[in-house]
Structures are given as C-alpha cells and as structure tokens.
Design a protein around this ligand. Structure first.
Ligand code: F6P
Length: 363
C-alpha cells in the first residue's frame, strides 16, 4: 500500500472537513492508497510519539457539513522556523524541513496533501524542494491567495458578516447611530468589500485604500444633515488612516504574523475626536467568521479541491496547488501561487461598482 498524509494548517476555516472527505473518498476508489491524517498541522507527525490517524470512508462520513477540522490545526510551530529550546533555556528558531522530510519517508509516506493558506503553502513548497512529493490545497477566509479566484471559506465568512451587518443596520436606524463593524481579512479587504456591497454599507474601509478622516466626517455629517440619521461602516481589521498605522497587537511566541484586531475602536475614537456627535457603537465579528458550517458554495469548492488534490497525487503531479480559475478547477505550481498576494485592486471593477452604489472608501 502507498500512504498519503493529510494535514490542515493555519487558522481553521469552513470547508476543511469537506476537503478531507473529498481526498479520502477519491482515494478509496483506488486499491493501493491509504490516507492518514496528522493532528494539528504537521505537529502530529513531528511529535514523539506521533499523533496520526488512519482515515477511511467511515471516519469521514458526513463531515463535509461540519465547521472546523477533524484533524485540528495550529498557526504555531512552523517547521521552517521551529522554536527549539536551547540548553540555557532560551529558544532559537531552526529549519526542520530536511528532518521533517526524512521523518515522512521513514514513516512510509509517499506523498503529502497540505491544506492551508500562504504560510502553510510556503511549508509545502519547502518540503517539495527538499524532495517530498506534495500537493497543496488553498484555504483561508481572507481570500488573499493569488492564482485562485476563491479560497474555500471566504464565501461563508462573507455570509456570516453580511447577516451580522443586516442586524446592525436595523439597530443603527432605530437609534440613529453610527455602527462600525470590524471584519477579518488581514491585509486584504475582500471580506469587507463583499460585505459592504451585499449589505449596502455607507462606508467601507480596506487596507488597500488608506482612508482620509476628513472625508469620512463629511460623509457622516452629510447623512445626518440629509435627515438619514444613521450610518453603517464596515472596516477590515487591517485598514488604517492615511496618516496612521495598522492596529495590531504584539506577535505571539512561535507565530509568524502579528495579530490584528481592534481597529473599529481606533476609528470610533478618531471620529469622536473629529467632532462626530452621534452615538457610535463598535462590533468586532472576530472568529464567528471562521466558525460554523460552510455554506453550499464553499462545500462544493472544498469537495472538488479534495478530489482534485488526490487526482494530482495519482497522476504524480507534485509541487502543485489546486485552484479555481475562470470557473475551472485546475492547478498551478505552489511557488507561483505564493509569490504574490491577492489583494483588492483599488481601481478594479468591484471597488468601482461599490462606488457606483454610493459606498465611500474614505479616499
Ligand atoms: O487568516 C485568517 C484569519 O482569520 C485572519 O483573518 C485573522 O487576522 C487571523 O486569522 C486571526 O488569527 P487567530 O485565530 O490566530 O487569532
């Protein structure tokens, strides 16, 4: 029997289980492939004793509708920069990729399917370059991976954000308030932009278009002067003022990126300081956008990605990332996919259409 290892890495995302199920179901149609899962990304393989699970059609029955990942995940312990305790108690980061590839081979694995975002796919590429046959599957609610039109999980996050936005509109209207809703997305404004169009926001603030506070104040005062006394704002967690900086907390140990969050409170204070007298309330949607069952669209993308990833393994096509491009499911070299980010084009069709709907970006 040939053995494949499946891992889910980085932040969880609706649709991960549907990918796992797709891989296992497709593999089960072959006689000579066994699928194994590693718990918490590749940590399950790296630890001693290992934490691995054999996956068969019974294990994955019905999981495509479940949020999260049955394998667990982590965004700490990147094997490319692995924190290793030194004899004096301090930590030093080391590249454990060569060791990891040796370990995969010594445990009898013939291939790896690594499901994850940009960080996880950088690990996929490093393993591939070190001689491991790897296929990647792009995951993230942020939709910031280039090469694919959509990552699975994004549409579910937008749906959640849009549903919450609708609720904030009726309470904003009742109290004549300014409501600021903060959504995730790191340095990409996709969730904010889609939610603003879907919900009919007055203002949408994204990292790709630093905002001018004076423009926002004028817009808000204009709404109240017109007698339409409420304003709904969607702000991406990575958005910032032209003269300002991103709102981030410190990094966490073993984690490669700083945590974002809290920008809605900074904006609220800026608006008050700039003379907005209306009541302002802030909502951070946070991890509600990542949790729960995937919507149908994401289940479809994720399930097809799973089947396609397994088929790439069967065809011996490695170092590839499955993607959805122009309504077709295909693949590109992982290296190509991680070489740039997919961010919102400030001059692109969607932003122009949003402006056509009267949404201000504060520019
Ligand atoms: O990348 C997905 C994401 O949800 C981002 O939108 C967000 O900034 C980050 O992960 C949050 O990470 P954590 O779950 O570690 O707080």
């Amino acid at each position: 029997m040939k053995k494949i290892l499946v891992a889910t890495g980085g932040g969880d995302c609706p649709g991960l289980n549907a990918v796992i199920r797709g891989i296992v179901k497709r593999a089960s149609q072959e006689k000579d492939w066994e699928v194994w899962g590693s718990f918490e990304a590749l940590n399950g393989l790296m630890e001693e004793p290992t934490r691995l699970i054999k996956l068969d059609v019974k294990t994955v029955a019905g999981i495509h509708v479940l949020g999260g990942t049955i394998l667990g995940t982590t965004n700490k312990g990147n094997p490319m920069n692995y924190p290793e305790r030194q004899p004096d108690g301090t930590f030093k980061t080391v590249n454990r990729i060569p060791w990891l590839v040796d370990r995969l081979k010594s445990k009898g694995f013939d291939a790896v399917i690594n499901i994850g975002g940009d960080g996880s796919q950088a690990i996929s590429q490093a393993m591939f370059e070190a001689g491991m046959p790897v296929v990647g599957v792009p995951k993230t609610i942020d939709n910031d991976l280039s090469s694919t039109d959509f990552t699975f999980g994004f549409q579910t996050a937008v749906q959640t954000a849009s549903d919450s936005f609708d609720r904030l509109v009726t309470t904003a209207a009742s109290h004549h308030r300014v409501m600021i809703m903060e959504v995730m997305g790191r340095n990409a404004g996709w969730i904010a932009l889609y939610t603003a169009i879907s919900g009919g926001a007055e203002i949408c603030l994204i990292p790709e278009i630093p905002y001018d506070l004076d423009v926002l104040v004028e817009r808000i005062k204009g709404r109240y002067n017109e007698g339409r006394g409420f304003v709904n704002i969607v702000i991406a967690e990575g958005a910032y003022a032209k003269e300002g900086t991103i709102t981030a907390s410190k990094g966490e140990f073993g984690r490669h990126s700083v945590r974002l969050g809290g920008v809605c409170f900074s904006l609220s204070q800026q608006l008050k300081d700039a003379g907005i007298e209306a009541d302002i309330r802030e909502t951070v949607l946070g991890h509600t956008q990542r949790g729960g069952t995937p919507i149908a669209f994401d289940r479809v993308i994720a399930s097809v990605f799973g089947v396609k990833a397994m088929e790439l393994v069967l065809a011996g096509k490695f170092g590839q990332l499955v993607i959805l491009k122009n309504n077709d499911y295909t693949a590109v070299p992982i290296q190509e996919a991680i070489s740039s980010y997919n961010v919102v084009d400030p001059h692109g069709t969607l932003v122009q259409a949003a402006k056509g709907l009267g949404i201000s970006f504060g520019d």
